[in-house]
Design a binder for this molecule. Structure first.
Ligand SMILES: *Cc1c(COP(=O)(O)O)cnc(C)c1O
Length: 452
C-alpha cells in the first residue's frame, strides 16, 4: 500500500468471531476436574462463568455471532488502524514490509476490552451484576472496569501487590470507571491469608491473584469470575483483531509471510493469527511463519512443559493441558516487561505441539532497545509487553536485510506504554539487566504439578 495507515469503515467491524476449534487438525485435549481428574462438564464451570461463555469455551461452530450490543461498544474504537511502519523499515534498511495492527486506541489502551466487553455483556444478560478478577500490570483490570461501566456491573479487581505499589495510575483508572481494586495477597480470602501467613512480604503473582478472585466468586451466589487471557472464549473474542487485519490486507492487496505477537497468556497473539492459521491448516497458505515472543524470565513456550496444570497457585481451577512453568511460579522481581503468567492458552500450546506456531524468548534489554527504536521512528511508545513483539519483528526484518527477501511481516501492537514510563525510565537509566529463568526452578516446579 502507498498510504501509511489503513482503516476499515465502521460498517466493516466483524459481525462474527472466528472459532479455531472448528478447524483444528486434532481436537483440544479435555479440561479436567481438579479433584476427580475426570473431564469436566458445563455444570462444573457454572459457579464461575455465565452459560453462554461456557458454551463458547467448547463450541466447534466456525463462526459465532457478535451481539449487536457488543459491536455497538466496539464502535468506540474499532475498527483499529493497520499501519505500515515505513519509517522503521527505512531505519532498519530492510526490504521487508512491516505492518502493525494498533490496539492501543481502545479506552483502556490495549486489545483487552475486545473480550472484557463481550464477557461483561454475557454476564449482564444472565442477570449477573458483580464480577471478580485479577490483574497483573493493571491492563486487564482496567479493561474489565471499563466494561463494567458500560453495562452497570460492579467489578472487584485483585491486583498483584508489586504492581499495585508500582503502578498507582492503573488503579486510579479502574476506580474512575467505578471498580474496586485491592492488592493481592489480601486478607479477604483464604488463599491470600495463607500466603501472608507464610510470607508477610509476598509481592504477589498472577497465579495467586487468580486464586483469590476465583475463591470469592465461587463462594458467592451473586458473583462470577472473569479471566482476561488463556481461555478459549477469550481468544475467540480477540479474533476481531485478525479478522479486521485480514480484511484490510486483502483490500490493500497484501498477505503476511510472517505473523508476530507477544505472549503472556496468549490472547493478543492468538487474536491476530488465528484467522490466518486457518489458511495454513487448510493448505491455501502453507508457508506462513507464526512466531510468539516471550521473556527469557518467563519462558512458558520455549522452556515450559506441555502438560496438565492448574491455572492458579492454590490448585482450585480446572486442569488445563498447556505449556507451563508450574503453577507455583513467582516471577523474578528484576523483570520489568510484563508477560508474567506461568501458563499459556491451551489453543496456542496445542498449535505449537502440532508444529503450526513457533516460539522465541527475548531478553529484557533487547525488548526495551527495540521499543525505544520503534518510538523514535514510528512515534508510538508501546507497552513493554508489546516490545517483545517489536524485538522479534526487528530480528526478522534484519534477516530479510541479510537475505535480500522482501517478506511481509504483520504484528500486533497490543497496547501503548503510557502507564509504563517507570520501566522505560529504569531502562534508560541503565538499571535493568538480563535474567534467564533457571531450568532447575522449572524442574523443581514440575514435581508440584498434579500426577495423572
Ligand atoms: C495483557 C497484555 C498482553 C499480554 O496478554 P496476552 O493475553 O498474551 O495478549 C500483551 N500486551 C498488552 C498491551 C497487554 O495489555
Amino acid at each position: 500500500m502507498k498510504q501509511v495507515k489503513y482503516t476499515l469503515d465502521e460498517k466493516q467491524i466483524p459481525t462474527e468471531w472466528y472459532n479455531i476449534q472448528a478447524d483444528l487438525p486434532k481436537p483440544l485435549p479435555p479440561v479436567l476436574h481438579p479433584g476427580t481428574k475426570e473431564p469436566i462438564g458445563p455444570q462444573d464451570l457454572a459457579p464461575l462463568f455465565p452459560m453462554e461463555l461456557i458454551k463458547q469455551e467448547v463450541s466447534t461452530e466456525r463462526y459465532i455471532e457478535i451481539p449487536e450490543e457488543v459491536r455497538d461498544i466496539y464502535r468506540l474504537w474499532r475498527p483499529t488502524t493497520l499501519y505500515r511502519a515505513r519509517r522503521l523499515e527505512k531505519a532498519l534498511d530492510t526490504p521487508a514490509k512491516i505492518y502493525y495492527k494498533y490496539e492501543g486506541t481502545s479506552p483502556p489502551g490495549s486489545h483487552k476490552p475486545n473480550t472484557s466487553v463481550a464477557q461483561a455483556y454475557y454476564n449482564k444478560k444472565e442477570g449477573i451484576n458483580r464480577i471478580t478478577t485479577e490483574t497483573g500490570a493493571g491492563q486487564w483490570g482496567s479493561a474489565l472496569a471499563f466494561a463494567g461501566a458500560c453495562f452497570g456491573i460492579e467489578i472487584k479487581v485483585y491486583m498483584v501487590k508489586i504492581s499495585y505499589q508500582q503502578k498507582p495510575y492503573r488503579r486510579v483508572m479502574m476506580e474512575t470507571w467505578g471498580a474496586k481494586c485491592i492488592p493481592s495477597p489480601s486478607e479477604e480470602t483464604k488463599a491470600g491469608r495463607d500466603m501472608l501467613a507464610k510470607d508477610p512480604d509476598c509481592t504477589g503473582s498472577l497465579g495467586l491473584a487468580i486464586s483469590e478472585a476465583v475463591e470469592e466468586a465461587a463462594g458467592r451466589e451473586d458473583t462470577k469470575y472473569s479471566l482476561g487471557s488463556v481461555l478459549n472464549h477469550v481468544l475467540l473474542h480477540q479474533t476481531v483483531v485478525g479478522l479486521e487485519a485480514k480484511k484490510a490486507m486483502e483490500e490493500i492487496g497484501d498477505y503476511p509471510d510472517i505473523i508476530i505477537g507477544c505472549v503472556g497468556g496468549g490472547s493478543n497473539f492468538a487474536g491476530l493469527f488465528l484467522p490466518f492459521v486457518k489458511d495454513k491448516i487448510d493448505g491455501t497458505k502453507p508457508d506462513i511463519k507464526i512466531i510468539s515472543a516471550e521473556p527469557f524470565s518467563c519462558p512458558t513456550l520455549t522452556k515450559g512443559n506441555f502438560t496438565y496444570d492448574f491455572g492458579d497457585v492454590s490448585g482450585n481451577t480446572p486442569l488445563l493441558k498447556m505449556n507451563t512453568l508450574g503453577h507455583g511460579f513467582i516471577p523474578p522481581p528484576i523483570h520489568a516487561g510484563g508477560l508474567r503468567y506461568h501458563g499459556m492458552a491451551p489453543i496456542i500450546s496445542h498449535l505449537m505441539d502440532l508444529g503450526l506456531v513457533e516460539a522465541k524468548a527475548i531478553h529484557q534489554l533487547d525488548i526495551f532497545k527495540a521499543g525505544v527504536q520503534f518510538a523514535q521512528h514510528e512515534g508510538i511508545i508501546a507497552a513493554p509487553e508489546t516490545d517483545h513483539a517489536i524485538a522479534a519483528v526487528v530480528e526478522e526484518a534484519d534477516k530479510c536485510k541479510e537475505s535480500g527477501e522482501a517478506k511481509t511481516i504483520l504484528f500486533n501492537l497490543s497496547g501503548h506504554g503510557h502507564f509504563d514510563m517507570s520501566a522505560y525510565e529504569d531502562y534508560l537509566a541503565g538499571k535493568l539487566q538480563n535474567y534467564e529463568y533457571p531450568q532447575a526452578l522449572i524442574d523443581d516446579a514440575m514435581k508440584e504439578i498434579p500426577q495423572l
